[in-house]
Design a protein around this ligand. Structure first.
Ligand SMILES: C[S@@+](CC[C@H](N)C(=O)[O-])C[C@H]1O[C@@H](n2cnc3c(N)ncnc32)[C@H](O)[C@@H]1O
Length: 221
């Protein structure tokens, strides 16, 4: 998969995407990730990317011209263009799965008060929010989406890191898990997990997942 990111803060991406599983995915060619500086598409002396909103109001908006030029330069007909915005639909594991089917994504990260509306109307195929809160810019949301999507790409995770049984994969939160020791400071692992009875273990896990979901996230049921 190819993912391009358009941002005013390319340096924010160094580090989080250079470690562990995402690093491996990049090195093995499963993920081709390119970070682009929006200012490279602004051509005046000050490389201006923002301006005041018509009609007044606080803050600055990202101007359409550099974003349109960048999109025209960076995308092909098959690129899915995603605007990061608190007004977008909320990013979920199901949306991560949908995006993982794409060949090319362009994530457009905002700053200041956000985007000129024509960017939304004309360029974006989708608008995604990572939650009901406002961040200073879209770099962290972009990284969250890249991480969640990349780990779903075939070949990125090993068997021991499978995505099949984890939270949200069946619309439920994950069941409780334990590792050695079986008795830690008097806190014992449930007997069923030590029983070797795989059918009973699967039944217990399903029940625990439903219980946990109904207690913590009834909205998922
Ligand atoms: C300060 S925010 C702009 C907020 C905007 N004025 C509003 O009320 O929706 C600047 C940029 O950060 C990004 N951003 C902030 N919070 C976000 C969130 N929860 N999800 C996705 N992107 C977010 C977006 O790209 C946004 O354009």
């Amino acid at each position: 998969m190819k993912i391009d990111v358009l941002t005013l803060f390319p340096a924010m991406f160094a580090g989080p995407l250079d470690e562990s599983i995402i690093k491996r995915a990049r090195e093995s060619g499963l993920l081709d990730l390119q970070i682009h500086n929006l200012r490279d598409y602004a051509h005046d002396r000050h490389r201006t990317v923002d301006d005041r909103p018509f009609g007044g109001g606080p803050g600055m908006l990202l101007k359409p011209e550099p974003i349109f030029e960048a999109v025209e330069h960076l995308t092909s007909g098959s690129t899915r263009i995603i605007l990061l915005s608190p007004s977008g639909r909320t990013f979920t594991q199901a949306i991560a799965g949908e995006l993982a089917e794409s060949k090319e994504l362009l994530l457009i990260s905002g700053h200041y008060e956000g985007f000129d509306e024509r960017v939304r109307e004309q360029l974006a195929d989708d608008e995604l929010s990572i939650g009901d809160y406002v961040l200073t810019n879209g770099a962290l949301p972009a990284m969250v989406i890249i991480d969640a999507v990349t780990r779903l790409l075939p070949g990125v995770l090993g068997d021991e890191e499978s995505t099949q049984e984890e939270s949200f994969s069946h619309g439920l939160l994950e069941y409780p898990q334990y590792t050695r020791p079986a008795d830690f400071r008097g806190m014992k692992v449930p007997d069923v997990l030590l029983s070797g009875d795989h059918a009973e273990i699967a039944r217990w896990r399903g029940e625990q997942a439903r219980l946990r979901t109904s207690e913590r996230r009834p909205d998922l049921l």
